[in-house]
Design a protein around this ligand. Structure first.
Ligand SMILES: Nc1ncnc2c1ncn2[C@@H]1O[C@H](COP(=O)(O)OP(=O)(O)OP(=O)(O)O)[C@@H](O)[C@H]1O
Ligand SMILES: [Mg+2]
Length: 256
């Protein structure tokens, strides 16, 4: 399907979710944005630089075996990811590979080995931009964050929890990337503590007069943990407790 792409219409947008600290919800946000856009009828693909492929576990049914993790894809295929999988590294080398269907309108390229993001990323993204409206990258937290990914992203979203190292982490990324690409700084897993309130204030002040959006804070909620554990997206629940989060994410999606 993806051979011999000519063409003029490579309009897909690359949106990268990143953070200056680990565990702040990049993968959760990636899953929420990607499923939200797919529900709105956009064609979406997720790439990940996380060797643990948490995004797959977040969106697909998983059987955690002692040695093997088996996922069930949206089109009911069994999937095991190992070095032989034709994942992101294979795509980068060969310009083709495995697409895992995770929802209607939503595919994912898993990561089979430590990411070797190189110059061929540009070529791969160019190809994907023809088939997909959005390419969402779950950029695993890592000190050697890949400048190549930032270079070829149209938009960058920074996630933060508001915790102690929050401003340090955000400032580090602001130094690494082209600031005009940053569309949002999102406080997720937010707990209403003094330090997080102060950090939110600091960032609000810092962003004043810039085009960077600081959406409402996404709280740390037990319902989110429950949905994640059940491999459900935030759009697949009618629970009252998730309504506020849905509203915040939908507002962000409208600006992507
Ligand atoms: N708003 C939230 N409320 C409650 N739990 C959350 C929320 N956002 C994320 N989580 C949970 O927090 C954990 C970490 O989230 P996630 O894996 O998305 O973070 P991450 O930034 O991708 O982590 P890593 O740096 O390891 O890749 C997950 O178990 C997820 O279910
Ligand atoms: Mg992650």
């Amino acid at each position: 399907m993806m051979n011999n792409v000519d063409l003029s219409n490579h309009n897909g947008k690359v949106v990268t979710i990143t953070s200056g600290n680990g565990g702040v919800g990049k993968t959760f946000l990636t899953a929420s944005f990607a499923t939200g856009l797919a529900k709105l009828g956009k064609k979406v693909i997720i790439l990940t630089t996380d060797i643990n492929n948490h995004i797959l576990a977040m969106l697909l049914k998983v059987e955690w075996g002692e040695r093997l993790t088996v996922y069930t894809t949206y089109d009911n295929k069994k999937l095991i990811v190992n070095e032989k999988t034709q994942g992101l590294n294979y795509w980068l080398k060969n310009g083709k590979g495995l697409l895992v269907k995770v929802r209607e309108n939503l595919d994912c390229i898993p990561l089979e080995n430590f990411p070797n993001i190189n110059k061929t990323l540009e070529k791969l993204l160019y190809k994907l931009k023809y088939y997909y409206d959005y390419i969402i990258i779950d950029n695993s937290f890592d000190e050697k964050r890949s400048p190549v990914i930032f270079k070829y992203s149209e938009k960058i979203i920074i996630a933060s929890s508001g915790g102690v190292f929050c401003t340090k982490g955000i400032n580090r990324i602001l130094k690494e990337v082209d600031i005009s690409k940053i569309s949002n700084i999102i406080f997720n897993k937010y707990l209403d503590w003094k330090i997080s309130r102060e950090n939110y204030k600091k960032i609000t002040k810092m962003l004043k007069g810039t085009p960077i959006n600081l959406p409402d804070r996404i709280k740390e909620l037990s319902i989110i943990r429950i949905l994640v554990d059940d491999s459900k997206s935030i759009w697949e629940s009618n629970d009252q407790r998730i309504k506020e989060t849905q509203g915040i994410i939908m507002n962000i999606l409208k600006r992507l």
